[in-house]
Each structure stands twice: as structure tokens, then as C-alpha cells.
Design a protein around this ligand. Structure first.
Ligand SMILES: [Zn+2]
Length: 226
């Protein structure tokens, strides 16, 4: 699961537009942003097996980012941090937290069993990576549906649809580039390129929303702020 995670950010933005898109975009990948850093330091472990279908990643140790309790802790911490730093209304804070926790659920769908239910507990994952065509269809399908919802929300709010269309196009291009890259490599290379992709996506999200006008949305909806 790569760009499929961003479906959660788009859905959250459609449902609660008062948080900036970039916050949801960072949120839905926050667990992997942490993972990128931790595999580079060796605190979490990854190996590569290019013969595996779907993804070459062998994620044999990642308790601090991808265990269920860790994912929940990241969600609560991110909601509180976003609420405090961005001065978000309570409902938007909750949606940032939901975007963060969506990451674990989406990973559960595609990962081979590597997600601990608790520290040292059994590992779960439905393994959709082993059916790569279906997995890609699910990712792009989720992004398309959530992207349509955000586009509709912008139109209802009297805003232009183009930022949504630009962002969706960017996500599709990103997924194609990721598919074309060879599997394998090392933890530092993987962590660096993953981190670069996450930060670039957050930057594009901030840019399209800024250029496309979101302040108007927030101002228009401010009276209903919780
Ligand atoms: Zn992940």
C-alpha cells in the first residue's frame, strides 16, 4: 500500500475540511514516516526479497511503528499535536487522528502477516500484496472514490475542482514511478526514498490547496467550528 493510504487523507478532507490537506496527508503516512527514520537507524528492521510478489519488503521487526498499540499511540499523539499547533477545532483533531490510524488498517489489508497485535504478540496481515493486480486496483480505486468525494466537497463549497484533480494526477504518477522502481536495495536507501516521497506528497498537497484556495472553505465553515 503506497498511494492507497492517501485515500484516507482525501476522505478525511472531504468529511472535515477545516484541517489542511497536508496535515491529513502527513497523518495517513505518519506511521511510515516514523518507520522510514527507524529503519535507517536500525531501530526497526527490514529485508528485501525481490522474488516476492507485490512488494519486496520483508518487514520482520517494526514494533514502534506498526504494532497496533504503537499505531494507536501515534494517532492520539498526532491528533493532540495537530490540534495544538494548528489550532484545529475538536472534530478536525479527531479526523487527523483517524487519518493516522487508517494507516494500520490499510496495511492490515495488504501486508503479509507482519503487524503485531500487541508488543511481542501474534502478527497479522491479509496479504493482498500476494495478488498484485487486485492490490493495485484496490489502491487506485480507493483513491479515486475518496478523490471524487473531496472534489465534490470543494464544488459544494464554491471552490475550484482543479487542486483535487492535480493532486489525484500526482498520486497516480507517483504510484507508476514506485511500480517502475526496482525492488531490493538497503534500509538506508529505502528509508531515504520513502521519506522523500512522503515529504514531496505533503508539499504538493500544501501547494495545491494554497493555490486553489482553502482559506475560503475554512472561513465559510468556521461558524460551525466545534
Ligand atoms: Zn506502513
Amino acid at each position: 500500500m503506497f498511494v492507497g493510504h492517501y485515500a484516507a487523507a482525501l476522505a478525511a478532507k472531504a468529511a472535515e475540511p477545516r484541517a489542511p490537506l497536508w496535515a491529513y496527508v502527513v497523518g495517513c503516512q505518519l506511521v511510515d514516516i516514523g518507520w522510514s527514520g527507524l529503519i535507517m537507524t536500525g531501530a526497526e528492521k527490514v529485508a528485501f526479497d525481490p522474488s516476492l510478489p507485490g512488494s519486496s519488503l520483508v518487514l520482520y521487526e517494526m514494533p514502534w511503528t506498526h504494532s497496533l498499540p504503537a499505531a494507536l499511540a501515534w494517532s492520539v499523539a498526532a491528533a493532540l499535536a495537530a490540534g495544538w499547533t494548528l489550532k484545529l477545532p475538536r472534530r478536525a483533531m479527531v479526523f487527523v487522528g483517524l487519518a493516522v490510524s487508517s494507516h494500520w488498517l490499510a496495511d492490515f489489508l495488504v501486508h503479509r502477516p507482519d503487524l503485531e497485535l500487541w508488543f511481542g504478540g501474534p502478527k497479522v496481515g491479509l496479504g493482498l500484496w500476494d495478488a498484485p493486480v487486485i492490490e493495485q486496483a484496490v489502491e487506485i480505486g480507493l483513491v479515486a472514490v475518496a478523490g471524487a468525494a473531496w472534489t465534490a466537497q470543494r464544488i459544494r463549497a464554491g471552490l475550484s475542482a482543479w487542486p483535487a484533480l492535480v493532486f489525484l494526477t500526482f498520486l497516480v504518477v507517483l504510484q507508476i514511478v514506485a511500480l517502475l522502481l526496482p525492488g531490493g536495495g538497503d534500509a538506508v536507501g529505502m528509508g531515504t526514498s520513502a521519506l522523500a516521497a512522503y515529504l514531496l506528497t505533503a508539499g504538493v498537497a500544501a501547494l495545491v490547496e494554497r493555490r486553489g484556495g482553502s482559506a475560503a472553505t475554512r472561513l465559510r465553515e468556521a461558524p460551525s467550528a466545534a
